[in-house]
Design a protein around this ligand. Structure first.
Ligand code: NAD
Length: 263
């Protein structure tokens, strides 16, 4: 594989699992130094670090910052700058999900989803954008969702946060359009990760469906391809946006969703 990110450094939030881990691995394979970040069981974190080690042949720096707290977001950014020398590529990926009718939506879940899925991207961008502008090169990639473009019932906080991520992406792109920095969103459909698989389990229990019916009839109802998006498909989209041939791609929302949002 071409080492298109040789000499580059990247911070990928939420990279102890799922899409974030896939992106961190794709960046490492392309030659970048990567800082991984996220919460989880010690075994899960060790697994993520071991996967990165296999590619880099060295330990990647790791941050356990809880991104619901802006002070921890800022601390994580400072640690990444120290460990990597500078941060050329920021991927705001960490996120959580919770479903409930809006009138029953727990306030603490609303606050947590907005803080982790949206505000953490703002706080990290605020810290890491100035040095990117000074260097004349930078990439900010925000992992939004098909739910950043369209809505589904029972996902008030998630849909509001992801629409916010798409809006933030556009503003940062406008403000950086002549600086060598780009800012884009990726809007995946249902991707085969722990976050989405938990939703299939919940639907199976709630509706008494087997796994196949829960997946095809309910979860993928909106995804015309009727199959999971794979992590690697999203990781390769991020790699393109991080790479050397995407300098004019900024302010965009890259849909990777099996035609979900075309209808
Ligand atoms: P995942 O559950 O596999 O991973 C989520 C990551 O975020 C983990 O590393 C976790 O530790 C981290 N995280 C969660 N809460 C945190 C907190 N308070 N502080 C710090 N880190 C925290 O999920 P995933 O499916 O890989 O999702 C990654 C991103 O992609 C999310 O923003 C999600 O909304 C988005 N997305 C996922 C799908 C999907 O179908 N899986 C679809 C569209 C968008």
């Amino acid at each position: 594989m071409d080492k298109i990110l040789e000499g580059r450094t990247a911070l990928v939030t939420g990279s102890t699992s799922g899409i974030g881990l896939g992106i961190a691995l794709a960046f490492a394979r392309a030659g970048a130094k990567v800082m991984i970040h996220g919460l989880g069981e010690p075994g899960q974190i060790d697994h993520a670090r071991a996967e990165i080690y296999k590619v880099l042949n060295e330990d990647a720096p790791y941050s356990p910052a809880d991104l619901s707290d802006p002070r921890e977001v800022r601390k994580m950014c400072g640690e990444a700058q120290k460990a990597l020398g500078r941060v050329d590529i920021l991927v705001n990926n960490a996120g959580i999900q919770f479903t409930s009718p809006v009138e029953e939506f727990p306030e603490e879940k609303w606050d947590a989803i907005l803080a982790i899925n949206l505000s953490s991207a703002f706080h990290a961008t605020k810290v890491l954008l100035p040095p990117m502008k000074e260097a004349g090169w930078g990439r900010i990639i925000n992992i939004a969702s098909a739910h950043g473009l369209v809505a589904s019932p029972f996902k008030a906080a998630y849909v509001a946060a992801k629409h916010g991520v798409v809006g933030l992406t556009k503003v940062v792109a406008l403000e950086t359009a002549r600086t060598g920095v780009t800012c884009n969103a990726i809007c995946p459909g249902f991707v085969r990760t722990p976050l989405a698989e938990k939703q299939v389990d919940a639907i199976m229990k709630e509706k008494g469906l087997d796994a196949e019916h829960a997946l095809t009839d309910v979860l993928l109802e909106r995804q015309p391809s009727k199959r999971w998006v794979e992590v690697e498909e999203v990781a390769q989209g991020a790699l393109y946006l991080a790479g050397p041939h995407s300098g004019s791609v900024t302010g965009s929302s890259l849909s990777i969703d099996g035609a979900w949002t075309t209808a």
